[in-house]
Design a protein around this ligand. Structure first.
Ligand code: FAD
Length: 310
């Protein structure tokens, strides 16, 4: 069995693997797709000490660093069941979708999250070519340009307020009749001079030309009228979904499906820790996921030295 078994090979999982392996304990990492969301990222400019890199290069570096410590890397492996230890100090079991089983004294869950898509024509085609999901990451790329934010919940309205300070103009497009964000955020948004708000507006298409976004088409749901906003960027903010469906009923999850962790990354199950975008820790970013992965590995190590095996 592994001393530490990590599920998920994004920044959180890779950091956990390096920290665990450096303790000289048997460490494995099973990931559906090593690198995680970073694989789909174009420019990364906010990982401190690395002024600029791109996603595939960052993902490759995660793997090189993890390999350097002799970690057992099991790529292209999806976990679909966690069986907790029968007693404290017992072995935790992980079932893989293809039928294999792995055992470990501690487990670190770092399965990340995925952005919910609007599923309109143009979204997939222009992803990273004007269609973006993370204002903290990609906001500065649209400096001085016109953008839209799809989604009027807290994350959409926060994104629009954030972008308004960077870009030329922001249009917020919300499907429902009213913005669902907290009133204090809505008031702040309404006070900004370079923001337009359309409610009851259904996004129907993200348009583009020459491989770049050039507009957003929406339908006024009250009148049925179609409108086209000329712009250069669209931020989709209709939800971030943690990859935790397979843990429902086993590990405590928040109402958003995030794994509930304490300050040490401990879940409700003894010996099971979690880190990164799949947890309740706020602000989903690479540097935060990596830090939390390191923290979870140190917590797992502490658990191992305090818990006699049975
Ligand atoms: P993830 O990166 O999501 O990795 C999860 C891992 O778990 C993957 O290996 C996945 O295959 C695996 N997995 C999932 N389910 C299972 C399962 N059941 N069994 C086994 N493995 C599983 N952040 C920044 O800081 N700067 C940026 O510039 C930036 N740009 C971004 C651009 C885009 C387009 C996107 C989508 C995100 C961006 N982010 C950025 C956010 C950043 O990528 C995430 O915060 C970060 O990757 C989270 O790391 P993680 O390890 O928690 O999860």
């Amino acid at each position: 069995p592994y001393d530490v078994l990590i599920v998920g090979g994004g920044p959180a999982g890779a950091a956990a693997a390096v920290y665990a392996a450096r303790k000289g304990i048997r460490t494995g990492i099973a990931a559906e797709r090593f690198g995680g969301q970073v694989n789909d990222t174009l420019a990364i400019e906010n990982y401190i000490s690395v002024p600029a890199t791109d996603g595939p290069r960052f993902a490759a570096a995660l793997q090189t660093h993890t390999r350097a410590y002799g970690v057992d890397i099991m790529d292209l492996q999806r976990a679909d069941r966690l069986i907790p230890a029968a007693q404290p100090g017992g072995l935790i079991e992980l079932q893989l979708a293809h039928g294999g089983r792995l055992q470990a004294r501690t487990l670190i869950l770092s399965t990340g999250a995925r952005w919910r898509n609007v599923n309109v024509p143009g979204e997939a085609e222009y992803r990273n070519k004007g269609v973006a999901y993370c204002p903290h990451c990609d906001g500065p790329l649209f400096k001085g340009r016109r953008t839209a934010v799809i989604g009027g919940g807290n994350s959409g309205v926060e994104a629009a307020i954030d972008l308004a300070g960077i870009v030329a103009h922001v249009t917020l497009v919300e499907f429902a009749e009213q913005l669902k964000a907290d009133a204090v955020l809505v008031r702040k948004l309404q006070s900004l001079p370079n923001v337009g708000i359309h409610t009851n507006a259904q996004t129907t298409e993200i348009t583009g030309a020459d491989g770049k976004v050039n507009g957003l088409r929406y339908k006024d749901r009250a009148t049925g009228a179609e409108h086209l906003l000329p712009l250069e960027g669209v931020f989709v903010q209709i939800g971030l979904v943690p990859n935790t469906e397979w843990l429902k009923g086993t590990v405590e999850l928040s109402r958003f499906g995030e794994i509930v962790v304490d300050a040490k990354g401990q879940t409700n199950l003894p010996g099971v820790f979690a880190a990164g975008d799949c947890t309740t820790v706020p602000y989903k970013q690479i540097v935060i996921a990596a830090g939390d992965g390191a923290k979870a590995a140190l917590s797992a190590f502490e658990h191992l030295i305090r818990t006699p095996p049975v």
